[in-house]
Design a protein around this ligand. Structure first.
Ligand SMILES: C[S@@+](CC[C@H](N)C(=O)[O-])C[C@H]1O[C@@H](n2cnc3c(N)ncnc32)[C@H](O)[C@@H]1O
Length: 278
């Protein structure tokens, strides 16, 4: 199990990260992640080691609702696959978007669930939250809120959502057990996750796990596919289904990233699973 320590250091364990035992300073990592994603928000035209923007979302076959999401959100889209490829959300559903970034997925979801439904996007990067709020106002979306917070300690009551979506975020967080405990807590019984995240095929070396660019680019914190399923089972999820597998980093502008992603078999993956009914 991943172990968080009171001094803010996280030890990656052999259970979820086999063949490597590395200490990560979570505060330093979060500062770097915030810097990277503030830049994705404020300078979307820049080249990042991961693909971004509307062309990328269209290549992932995003649903037709994407067309109505303002450019100011979609230009900073930084997802790794398409969580809606696992199924559309239903009208009236209450949706939580973990690491909502500039708001693309939340604003697609807000159209799917309609006025009877509600979407809450959580993110820790203020520039991303400001962009998402601006895009929601431009769209006139009144059923969506963007809230500052951290996925490992969600500012939400127990059992308050029908669906948790997320795209390219859990792979950035060392303490996966805290993430899935929180998801389990805020879902209603019978609720589901529909998430896109990076998984790897080959274990990452200790050196790779210490590489901050590989962390902020979603690769160093990614789990092996089999470890992902084990993690979900350990947190009580059932009917686990994986969908799309996307060669996300083949789209990177950086040769070194393409090479490392290939070496570790890093791919955008989609996963759906349910919290059991009592
Ligand atoms: C790869 S971007 C994806 C954004 C969005 N989901 C999208 O598809 O465009 C990752 C986002 O997760 C946020 N994030 C990373 N770690 C977080 C954490 N522990 N708590 C809250 N937000 C986090 C970052 O601020 C960033 O906006």
């Amino acid at each position: 199990m991943d172990r968080g320590r009171s001094d803010g250091v996280q030890l990656l364990s052999h259970d979820t990260h086999p063949a490597v035992e590395v200490e990560i300073d979570v505060a330093v990592l979060k500062t770097e992640i915030k810097k990277t994603y503030a830049s994705v928000s404020d300078e979307p035209e820049k080249d990042f080691i991961f693909p971004t923007g509307r062309d990328w979302a269209e290549d992932l076959d995003y649903p037709p609702e994407l067309a109505t999401v303002p450019d100011r959100a979609v230009e900073s889209f930084a997802g790794v696959a398409n969580p809606f490829s696992l199924g559309r959300l239903e009208r009236g559903e209450r949706v939580l978007d973990l690491g909502s970034g500039a708001g693309t997925d939340s604003l697609v979801a807000a159209q799917m669930v309609g006025r009877e439904g509600r979407v809450t996007g959580i993110d820790m990067t203020p520039a991303m939250l400001a962009k998402a709020r601006g895009a929601a106002a431009e769209m006139g979306a009144t059923n969506v809120d963007f809230v500052e917070g951290e996925v490992e300690q969600l500012p939400c009551p127990d059992g308050s959502f029908d669906v948790v979506i997320s795209n390219g975020v859990i792979d950035l967080i060392p303490d996966k057990d805290a993430v899935f405990s929180e998801i389990e807590r805020v879902l209603v019984p019978g609720g589901r996750i529909q998430i896109a995240d990076v998984t790897i095929q080959n274990p990452i070396s200790a050196e790779g796990r210490r590489n901050i660019d590989l962390w902020t680019g979603s690769i160093a914190g990614a789990l092996l596919e089999a470890a992902y399923a084990r993690l979900l089972e350990r947190h009580g999820f059932e009917r686990i289904e994986t969908g799309q597998l996307v060669d996300t980093y083949a789209r990177s502008k950086f040769e070194d990233t393409r090479r490392k992603a290939e070496k570790f078999g890093a791919r955008g993956t989609t996963v759906k699973a349910y919290k059991p009914l009592p």
